[in-house]
Design a protein around this ligand. Sequence first.
Ligand code: GUN
Ligand code: ZN
Length: 448
Amino acid sequence: MSKLALHGDLLDFESTPGWGDPALHGVRWRPDHWLLIEDGRIAGALPGREPPGEDWRREEHSGRLLMPGFIDTHVHCPQLDVIASWSPGLLHWLDTYTFPAEQRFADPEVAAAGAAMFLDALLAHGTTSAVVFPTVHAASAEALFAAACARGMRLVAGKVLMDRGAPPALTDDVAGAERDCEALIARWHGQGRNAYALTVRFAITSTPGQLAMAGRLLARHEGLYLQTHVAENRDEVAEVARLFPEARSYLDVYHRHGLLGPRSVLAHGIWLDDEDRRLLADTGAQIAFCPTSNLFLGSGLFDWQAAVDHGHKVSIATDVGGGTSLSMQRTLAEAYKVQAMRGTRLTAWCALHAATRGAAEALGLGAEIGHFDVGATADVVAWDWAHGAAALHRDAVARGAVATLPAQDLHARVFAWMTLADERNVAAAWVAGVPRFERGRMLQNVDI
Ligand code: GUN
Ligand code: ZN
């Protein structure tokens, strides 16, 4: 039996924090504790510095935050090649940068190298689980699943479905795509910590026949996910209305094809109406809010308050390469600003919950990831509270280390951390209790 004890300030969530409420409701704050990990699972926590017994391997992270690894619910593996590309908007950006970049993943060697680099980058940013788009090529999904297995990571992914509206090198057809999906599901769904997602790129690039095929597969196999994009950009919405005149709305295109359910993850959801929001709530589908992408591509400002009012699920995602960073803190900081522009103020608790336990529960993975409940898989990240002169000063102010200023409450300190931190703050990351990243280097093939 392997026993690992990590010492630091433990922060996670027991339940959902109150919307707009910086009080500690739902927050589990255990400063100066040992986090106990047995055989890759959380076994408990012990207060104080007194080390647990001799049989525990101990690691000191005193003065650091220990949190569950972040969960990025929408991100594109091949798009690290095109992150930060100038563009007037989504459709131009796809045609000019994204589709050419994705064609390179037809080569299994490029796909394997891309998957390894991408997953290592996620870990180096403190993200231990993700819902990921590879490309249309079955080999790109294979590469991603294999790389996730090699790192023990929890991944939801699937080959992209596109049978129109994209370059010929990036399109499949209904029968071939169905065969590829069946083979990938048989090989990877439930293998390691992988789950398969039917991956409809968006309504513009799938025929009604392909959407129907995806709906059939979703109904046929237990526990499959569905990932796609919805209502991101106004030109896109207009094109979907032209292609699917019979549908009430963009979201309704997916509903008509049986694609909405509790394991459906739809990125963006900016240009929705209240009937769409009710449909999301009724079906249990979630919106992955992608603030850095929405700002970068000028797509619009997601209305989280309306989602709360209608009771549909929201998680947070980077959407790299439309998004401009794999850092979940940078993403949460932009989420705060987007909501501020809409007249609401996101608390650090709601933001961090959405990136950990909230995302896990939205994905139906609440028993496994996103928190430090006993029995959860020990995906853990150690974070420095501050990096760089301004953040160090701001953190000193928050904890009352600047003599002339009063100490601030925990929400103020964590909010400043969330707003100022990024991947430079990651000290170490463990996946299922195995150390996988230490500042400056990946730790591959390390077993404990
Ligand atoms: N809509 C369809 N494909 C994409 C993509 O790759 N990125 C974003 N942001 N939106 C999309
Ligand atoms: Zn996307």
